[in-house]
Design a protein around this ligand. Structure first.
Ligand SMILES: *Cc1c(COP(=O)(O)O)cnc(C)c1O
Length: 425
């Protein structure tokens, strides 16, 4: 493929980008020399939307001025605050409003969901995950198995890449489902794999699993705000995601949770309950007879941290300003596609991008390995960082680079490749 490798061309792409103005809705960190960083870690911690800061300040002001009455007064009273986020969240994951709620943190939600959707019985006791699952997901699954007094080695089934490959091969998963289907209780997989950036075929995985009576949950930490999702139509049983990566809601901010409509009213599901999941009309009667709200809200435990929810609200409103996921995904494909072509043109075999190269299988992130004898990937990561490029390093040997359509430009990608090329030389 030939690509124009000049800065002028990158600038021209920015001029023709209908979403370029969205960058002005974010605060971009500065380098020591006062220039803006080339920030490519929106997959790890999204930048701060101006509206998120405003929304947080509003809550601080309301608290200062109203005290406890802030629960009921003002434009955004705290009591129903999470409800102001429901429509936004459902658009992001492709669900009905009653299927989503913003609550807790990602790993906590994974546990809550497994309490409800991992019900080992008889021969069906296994949980299938990927071999290179994010540690927190791995620990959560391991501890759930132990909680049910099950042997971890025997009951944790791993989907592994083939020998000497990095990517997961769906055929291998389908074969595992075929062979072990009646022993698997739950499949828990990422929507987008955090290390390689590979997008999994959530729709087909869910179909194949359901055909064998297996429940399916997805960890959407790297998928939400990155790719388009249709959890309701895909019939996914549950999903969880954090809000500080592509959702730009600040470190450790409140997470999201999806429960499919077919389960939200099921009273037979196990659940770890709390008062915020109890029927709103009788919650304050304090009568101690739990009545779950017949929506994903029924899994809430506590009254939520409103300061964090405010950041989520500002972030969601920012995404709406851009027109939602459809135009963002369109730009993202162009942006990451441009970055890949430029890397190939300028660095050729000196680097290797392990992220898949067809549109259904990649999101923002490209995972890059340095492929030059005697050059250490970690040292290269440090070298580009010293020159204003923020990426992230993931052991054992990948530099993750995520141009984000909300605030990254084509010129950012140009400068990243230029600096990487200079450092490798
Ligand atoms: C970021 C991430 C997490 C982090 O979990 P927290 O509970 O938010 O700390 C977990 N799993 C995956 C797959 C992630 O990408």
């Amino acid at each position: 493929m030939t690509i124009n490798t000049t800065l002028e061309y990158a600038k021209q792409l920015d001029e023709n980008d209908p979403l370029a103005y969205m960058r002005n809705h974010f605060s971009i960190p500065k380098q020591e020399n006062g220039e803006e960083e080339y920030y490519f870690t929106g997959n790890s911690l999204g930048l701060q939307p101006i509206l998120a800061k405003e929304a947080v300040m509003e809550v601080l002001d309301a608290w200062q001025e109203r005290g406890v009455k802030g629960h009921f007064e003002g434009d955004y009273p705290w009591m129903p605050y999470h409800e102001f986020l429901t429509e936004h969240a459902s658009r992001l994951v492709g669900s009905l409003p009653k299927e989503v709620v913003m609550m807790n943190s990602l790993t906590a939600n994974l546990h809550l969901m497994m309490v409800s959707f991992y019900q080992p019985s008889g021969k069906r006791t296994k949980i299938l995950i990927e071999d290179h699952a994010f540690p927190s997901d791995h620990y959560a699954v391991e501890s759930q198995l132990k909680h049910h007094h099950l042997n971890v080695d025997e009951n944790m089934l791993l989907w592994q890449p083939r020998q000497a490959e990095e990517l997961l091969n769906h055929d291998d998963l389908y074969q595992l489902i075929e062979e072990h289907g009646d022993e698997i209780a739950l499949i828990l997989l990422p929507g987008v794999q955090y290390y390689t950036g590979q997008v999994l075929d959530m729709k087909t995985i869910t179909e194949k699993a359901h055909a064998k009576g297996i429940k399916v949950g997805f960890d959407l930490a790297h998928a939400v705000g990155n790719i388009e999702l249709n959890l309701h139509d895909w019939q996914v049983d549950f999903a969880c995601w954090c809000s500080y990566k592509y959702l730009n809601s600040g470190a450790g901010s409140v997470a999201g949770c999806f429960v499919h409509q077919q389960h939200v009213e099921n009273k037979k599901l196990n659940r770890f309950a709390g008062w915020w999941g109890h029927d709103k009309s009788t919650r304050f009667k304090m009568e101690n007879q739990f009545q779950a709200i017949p929506s994903a809200e029924g899994w809430q435990l506590s009254n939520p941290p409103v300061l964090s929810l405010a950041a989520v609200r500002g972030s969601y409103e920012t995404i709406e300003l851009a027109g939602g996921m459809k135009p963002l995904r369109e730009k993202s494909l162009k942006l990451s596609g441009y970055l890949r072509s430029l890397l190939a043109a300028e660095l050729g075999e000196k680097i290797r991008v392990i992220t898949p190269n067809n549109e259904a299988e990649y999101g923002c992130q490209l995972s890059i390995m340095i492929n030059v004898d005697g050059l250490d990937g970690k040292a290269m990561f440090n070298a580009i960082e010293a020159r204003g490029v923020t990426t992230d390093w993931r052991e054992p040997n990948v530099i993750r680079v995520a141009p984000v359509p909300l605030y990254n430009s084509f010129a950012d990608c140009y400068h990243f490749v230029r600096i990487l090329k200079e450092c490798i030389a």
